[in-house]
Ligand binder design. Structure first.
Ligand SMILES: NC(=O)c1ccc[n+]([C@@H]2O[C@H](COP(=O)([O-])OP(=O)(O)OC[C@H]3O[C@@H](n4cnc5c(N)ncnc54)[C@H](O)[C@@H]3O)[C@@H](O)[C@H]2O)c1
Length: 329
């Protein structure tokens, strides 16, 4: 499903130098939109946005969402906010809940408050599958969340509560996108908090074993980045009133276990380097706060946003593997 429906708008993308944000910019900047990217580069990278820097319809504001004046400046004249800035990673939030809370809750509040003050019509924001917490129910349906299992999950849940109350009190149109394990180009492999695919791929390219926490039978619903970008485009443009002030699972809607996916990565990368075929994963103890199984129902997004994701994990990996191989060496 390829769309070019978001055009001729002024769009603020917070966290635009990050993985998802920079992919949003890449699509929307070439559809005749004016893009403002607000980022403090805490995890984002200049190289993710360097290709846009000379475009007349792209502007970077290097600043922090923890500062409300920065947010007020960034939202000036904007039609739509795509709020992606946050400190991701469950384990990082377990180690440093204070910074996670400051950015993900106070920072969120600054961006949405500034958006209300500036009369912005629509505020789309990134929430997370982590809000399902200890709920055992599968597939995950939007209305049935559990208790959060990490500070990170609490911050995303609080974002949803704030978005809901801001919509009710001040009339701003909000849509929350609960991303499930997004992957693809421009995803950082760096540091202990990197997501599983880029981390594993980087290790494999260097002929090292990827480490699986637990028995590898944990399952995830991996979502290729292009699906998440389209979800933002649909949310930003929908005229369906029932979709406003809602949260939606953004995933592919299929589950895969980590063992199978690791062996698949090994097989794809072996086509670039035959030595990789000999590598076996290492297994270590489970990490606190990690969720065992995750599978999304995407029926609500299908029905209300017309979201029909094109790429399953295998097709997504096939598209992304060349980028990963070239950029993570
Ligand atoms: N990648 C996923 O699988 C996934 C899953 C669920 C939810 N999310 C959410 O999606 C959003 C984007 O995630 P991502 O994977 O692109 O992460 P990322 O770390 O690549 O991007 C986040 C961006 O936000 C910026 N940022 C962080 N704190 C900031 C601050 N105080 N002021 C300004 N900018 C700041 C970072 O520098 C970075 O560029 C986040 O809100 C994340 O919680 C991501």
């Amino acid at each position: 499903m390829s769309t070019e429906i978001l055009k001729n708008k002024k769009i603020l993308i917070t966290g635009g130098a990050g993985f998802i944000g920079s992919n949003l910019i890449e699509k929307f900047v070439y559809q005749n939109n004016e893009i403002i990217c607000l980022d403090n580069f805490i995890t984002g990278k200049k190289e993710n946005i360097i290709e846009f820097s000379d475009l007349p319809n792209f502007k970077l504001i290097e600043g922090d969402i923890r500062d409300i004046e920065t947010c007020r400046n960034a939202v000036k004249g904007v039609d739509i906010v795509l709020h992606q800035a946050a400190l991701g990673s469950v384990p990082r939030s377990v180690k440093d809940p204070i910074t996670t809370n400051a950015i993900n809750i106070s920072g969120f509040l600054n961006v949405i408050q500034a958006s209300v003050e500036a009369n912005i019509k629509r505020f789309i924001y990134a929430t997370s599958s982590s809000v399902y917490g200890d709920s055992k129910e599968l597939p995950k349906v939007e209305e049935k969340t559990g208790k959060p299992l990490s500070p990170y999950a609490i911050t995303k849940y609080v974002n949803e509560l704030y978005a809901d109350i801001f919509a009710k009190l001040y009339g701003i149109e909000t849509i929350g996108l609960r991303y499930f394990n997004v992957f693809g180009k421009k995803q950082s492999p760096e540091g202990e908090y990197a997501a599983v695919f880029p981390k594993f791929i980087k290790l494999l390219i260097n002929h090292e074993s990827p480490v699986i926490f637990g028995d590898g039978k944990q399952t995830r619903d991996f979502c290729y980045i292009d699906n998440a970008v389209i979800a933002n485009e649909l949310a930003a443009t929908t005229e369906n009133k029932e979709a406003i002030n809602q949260v939606f699972n953004i995933a592919f809607g299929e589950t895969n276990n980590l063992n199978e996916l690791t062996f698949q990565l090994i097989s794809y990368l072996s086509e670039f380097d035959t030595e990789i075929a000999k590598i076996k994963p290492l297994y270590k103890d489970e990490r606190p706060g990690d969720i065992k199984h995750s599978l999304a129902s995407i029926e609500k997004a299908k029905k209300l946003l017309n979201y029909n994701p094109e790429f399953d994990v295998h097709n997504g990996l096939k598209k992304a593997i060349g980028w990963y191989y070239e950029n993570l060496r």
